[in-house]
Design a protein around this ligand. Structure first.
Ligand SMILES: [Zn+2]
Length: 87
């Protein structure tokens, strides 16, 4: 298991562990891309190809708090490295 979390919340149930494992396996053959803040470009999370629609985001950097339609904010896929420099 790769998932990391604060263990002060105790061990997860077998059911949750199974769902986490399944979720991870399902994404292995999926393409992913970074979900970035539309204002400052801060990386908020990762979205997979089956993710569509609207998502509510909160940016830790510029404090943008709002809803975006993922269709309007497509970015280049992760793995095509080179252009984006982590700061
Ligand atoms: Zn931001």
């Amino acid at each position: 298991m790769d998932e990391r979390y604060n263990d002060r919340f105790g061990p997860v149930s077998a059911e949750t562990a199974r769902k986490l494992e399944l979720s991870r396996i399902e994404t292995e053959n999926m393409e992913s891309r970074d979900l970035r803040c539309p204002i400052c470009g801060y990386r908020i999370g990762t979205v997979y190809t089956d993710r569509k629609g609207h998502v509510s985001i909160k940016c830790r950097k510029c404090k943008f708090d709002g809803v975006i339609n993922l269709a309007y904010f497509r970015r280049q896929k992760t793995g095509r490295a080179g252009r984006v420099h982590a700061r």
